[in-house]
Design a protein around this ligand. Structure first.
Ligand SMILES: [Zn+2]
Length: 482
């Protein structure tokens, strides 16, 4: 066990290479698939029986009887796989800063697998208001229940994410089965699952699986009694090319032999956005892996992502980048554009940014001096398990694994309560208490243009502007990487 002050740590080069190669393998299988799923002809659901908040029939119309033009356009940005302390600041540079129309920072969902994961890095993402969801411990397709529950247990215990907030799951390789869904349901703690890819031209809101899948199961097996009452399914709409063909379900053009430029990727995202925005306004998803966000690997994709986030928020004052839990909460309490500005479902999630002048091991720079959790976070190293991570919650006697996700520990740190801390509170694992922190007032920058009339057929802001953004982003990233 080693105490250290730096907010950055490096892993051995050999481990970093192994990690990168393993994730490249994941990309090859999970990230570049172009599975095309249509609607399930056997699906039927009675909306007079299946009603919110527990049940919702699959359909393409906004909930609550609202018209597509009267509601915001939601975009969900999700990241898959392990997060480490080198990658986390790069991800933060991509998503830390932009504000939604209600003044709250944008929020993403991280489907985290725990092998090669750094728990403190996950805690820092959670403390910034992002959703942490699970993706098994060892990145196993059609996983047994130990893989599913183990990741929940370890992320709760060592990343300090309250059990009550670990509600989502994505199958590795998008490979699911009736049995793995049964395992998910048996755990009894999951609100939703998001692995079922579908044709991007299908307009579908999330729905519950009370009546089985509404789309065909092209990346998994839905045979048998595939009905899971109360469990939400968040379909993954593929990105379509302008000729109507499928581009990808995840990571646009990752590992391509002729990768797109940043402007071409931006144009692809803008085209798909406008299909949603000018169409039924079903939620748009941008599903990516964290690895390619590294500046050294396909930097043009990271540039395009950042440019796309900025383009949507600067040009469309009714666009919200929210996490999956927020999306489901809004569906259970839907509101029009004006009402959504104050809808609690879309509210700010981070506990605080104001310096408290007392550093707490909570993943936040409480003192505002540029350092996070100085002298408080511990480095846990297990060479025999090829496991290295940091944590505010003490080091266990061995790294969490599928046979023991919560190993014994001699640490005196206190686990976070299942419900977390109320309001703007943050958990102090040293003192074992919630600390109340003030929530800052955020003023959203003025929106210069407002083309959101609903008839846009082209993509404003595309072209040379992304190049300017590209240079700024890359410059920032290289600074972060130093
Ligand atoms: Zn994965």
């Amino acid at each position: 066990m080693v105490l250290f002050a730096s907010s950055m740590r490096k892993y051995p080069v050999s481990l970093a290479i192994a990690w990168a190669l393993a994730l490249e393998s994941v990309l090859a299988q999970e990230g570049t698939g172009t599975a095309v799923a249509g609607t399930n002809p056997n699906y039927s659901c009675d909306p007079t029986v299946c009603v919110l908040p527990k049940c919702y029939c699959a359909n393409g119309s906004p909930p609550g009887g609202l018209s597509p033009r009267s509601i915001p356009q939601f975009i969900t940005l999700t990241f898959d796989d392990a997060v480490d302390s080198v990658l986390e600041p790069v991800i933060q540079s991509m998503i830390d800063g932009p504000l939604n129309p209600n003044g709250c920072p944008i929020s993403s969902t991280f489907f985290v697998s725990t092998q090669w994961n750094d728990y403190w890095a996950v805690q820092r993402l959670y403390s910034k208001g992002h959703e942490i969801a699970t993706h098994t411990m060892n990145h196993i397709g059609s996983p047994p229940i130990e893989e599913i529950v183990g990741a929940q247990t370890a992320l709760n215990r060592y990343a300090g994410v309250p059990k009550s907030k670990l509600l989502g799951f994505r199958h590795p390789y998008l490979l699911y089965s009736t049995q793995s869904f049964q395992n998910l349901a048996s755990a009894g703690t999951f609100l939703y699952e998001s692995s079922m890819s579908m044709d991007g031209s299908i307009n579908l809101w999330p729905y519950t699986l009370d009546n089985g899948p509404a789309i065909s199961c092209v990346t998994g097996d839905c045979s048998g009694n595939f009905k899971f009452p109360g469990l939400w399914s968040l379909p993954m709409a593929n990105l379509n090319n302008q000729d109507g063909s499928i581009n990808t379900s995840m990571d646009p053009m990752a590992n391509s032999t002729s990768p797109l430029t940043s402007d071409e990727i931006l144009a692809l995202l803008q085209y798909n956005f406008l299909s949603h925005y000018n169409g039924q306004r079903t939620p748009m998803g941008l599903f990516i892996h964290a690895t390619p966000a590294l500046p050294a690997i396909e930097p043009q994709r990271l540039v395009a992502y950042v440019a796309f986030i900025q383009w949507t928020l600067q040009n469309y004052p009714d666009v919200y980048w929210i996490n999956n839990q927020q999306l489901l909460a809004w569906m259970q309490s839907p509101s029009d554009i004006a009402g959504s500005l104050k809808n609690p479902a879309l509210g700010c999630l981070f506990p605080a940014r104001d310096p408290s002048n007392v550093e707490i091991c909570d993943g936040i720079d409480n003192k505002g001096d540029g350092n996070i959790d100085v002298g408080l976070v511990e480095s846990c190293q297990y060479p025999d398990q090829n496991a290295y991570f940091s944590s505010c919650f003490g080091c266990p006697s061995k790294a969490p694994n599928v046979s023991d996700a919560n190993p014994a520990t001699s640490s005196t740190r206190f686990p976070i309560p299942d419900a977390g801390c109320p309001n703007a509170g943050t958990w102090d694992p040293v003192a074992g208490q919630c600390v109340s922190l003030a929530r800052p007032i955020i003023v959203r920058a003025a929106v210069s243009t407002s083309p959101g009339s609903g008839n846009s057929s082209s993509a404003p802001g595309s072209g040379s502007s992304s190049s300017t953004i590209a240079m700024a982003v890359l410059g920032h990233l290289f600074l972060v990487g130093c």
